[in-house]
Design a protein around this ligand. Structure first.
Ligand code: GTP
Ligand code: MG
Length: 378
């Protein structure tokens, strides 16, 4: 077990008595920053096991494990740092926040080889369920696997005190039924395993009731006899890698696009040269294009996030190869053409010389004959 999981063996019972535990549940707390994961963990365990934040900055940085006994159940709860919020995402683009978070989550999964009976997805009542929240749920599936929410999650809505104040003791189940849009999709997704938590309450009855409700929901998952283990986490490796590549892809895409644009203007310049000179220049550019392709493949990690860019560079490579071959052919044809012309010139010259010599001969003969005739006349 990793050093940064603080295993608290202190077992307390919310009732003060210690019945022999009949079952043991491992629970993993997940949710956006400040949604009340640590406070919910404390409510589940019945004591101040985790530090809940008092200000907007994230409090939980590592993963922590605490245990307690509630009635006949041993509860092992693992708290995690806030995931999937806008602040984290904007940092992701510049750096590796998300990578660090997924590493922590991996640690939480690997450090519990027998797996988690349920993951407690902590959301905050009173916050409008926006597209951003839906994106967060989608991301959770990319990190943990497509069936993660359906098979393993219980949704805890915190700020139950606000709910009661706003809804005048309106029944929470009725409220769930009345919701529409993306929040209703999440309710559906997790099989309506939803419970309202008031982490501020001092009322022991209320405290007990909400943990009772939560355990009943975990019982439903446990009845299926499966736990979320490293097996499922590893199965989601491809989508998790794709998420990380995707999140950091904007700046990488820009970098690749600027390289492509530079290469294209370089090719344009080269094409202004004579075909003979173009071939070595284009061959050198082809090498750079191949290096770029290798770089893209490395960044893509088989996720196809950079597929469009990869396709563009592949077609650039194809164009270069065609250009090189065409130029080689053209320059060979030109060389042949020059050789042929020289040969023709030589032949014509020789013919002309022969013709000229013949004419000279003829002239001389005529001259001789004229001279002979003049001698006879005299
Ligand atoms: N009124 C009210 N406040 C709550 C409730 N649950 C949590 N809070 C408050 O919400 C704030 C955030 O709670 P935390 O438990 O620290 O949230 P977290 O999800 O662990 O936050 P990070 O560790 O930063 O990700 C704290 O000020 C809590 O006191 C609740 O049910 N009602
Ligand atoms: Mg916390």
């Amino acid at each position: 077990m990793s050093m940064n999981i603080k295993d608290n063996s202190q077992m307390t019972s919310s009732e003060g008595t210690k019945p022999t535990p009949a079952k043991e549940y491992d629970l993993l707390l997940l949710g956006k920053r400040g949604n009340g994961k640590s406070a919910t963990g404390n409510s589940i365990l019945g004591y101040k096991a985790f530090v809940a934040s008092t200000k907007s900055s994230s409090v939980t940085n590592g993963i922590e494990r605490r245990s307690s006994i509630f009635k006949d159940t041993i509860l092992n709860v693992v708290d995690t740092p806030g995931v999937l919020d806008t602040a984290a995402l904007s940092e992701v683009v510049n750096g590796s926040t998300m990578r660090k978070i997924t590493e922590k989550l991996q640690e939480a999964v690997e450090n519990n080889p027998r797996g988690y009976n349920a993951c407690i997805l902590v959301a905050k009542y009173g916050i409008r369920f926006t597209e951003e929240e839906s994106d967060a749920i989608h991301m959770l599936k990319q990190i943990f696997g497509e069936d993660f929410i359906r098979n393993f999650c219980v949704l805890v809505m915190t700020n139950g005190d606000t709910f009661e104040a706003e809804e005048n003791d309106f029944d929470f189940q009725k409220w769930i039924d009345e919701q529409s849009g993306s929040i209703q999709d999440v309710f559906h997704d997790c099989g309506f395993r939803v419970v309202l938590f008031d982490n501020m309450t001092k009322d022991p009855k209320k405290k007990e009731k909400q943990v009772d409700e939560l355990i009943a929901l975990v019982d439903r998952i446990a009845a299926k006899n499966r736990r979320y283990t490293n097996y499922y986490f590893q199965k989601a490796l491809k989508s998790r890698t794709a998420l990380l590549v995707q999140l950091g892809s904007d700046s990488t895409k820009k970098r690749f696009m600027s390289k492509i644009s530079n290469l294209m203007s370089e090719i344009e310049k080269i094409e202004r040269n004579e075909p003979d000179d173009q071939v070595p220049m284009l061959t050198k550019t082809l090498e750079t294009v191949q290096e770029l392709i290798n770089g893209i493949i490395k960044e893509d990690q088989g996720t196809d996030v950079f597929k469009a860019i990869q396709d563009t560079v592949w077609s650039l490579k194809g164009k270069l190869e065609t250009d090189i071959n065409r130029n080689k052919k053209m320059s060979a044809e030109r060389k042949n053409f020059t050789k042929e012309t020289a040969q023709n010139l030589k032949e014509n010259y020789e013919k002309m010389q022969i013709l000229f010599q013949a004419q000279e001969e003829m002239k001389r003969k005529l001259e001789d004959e004229r001279n002979k005739k003049q001698c006879t006349v005299q």
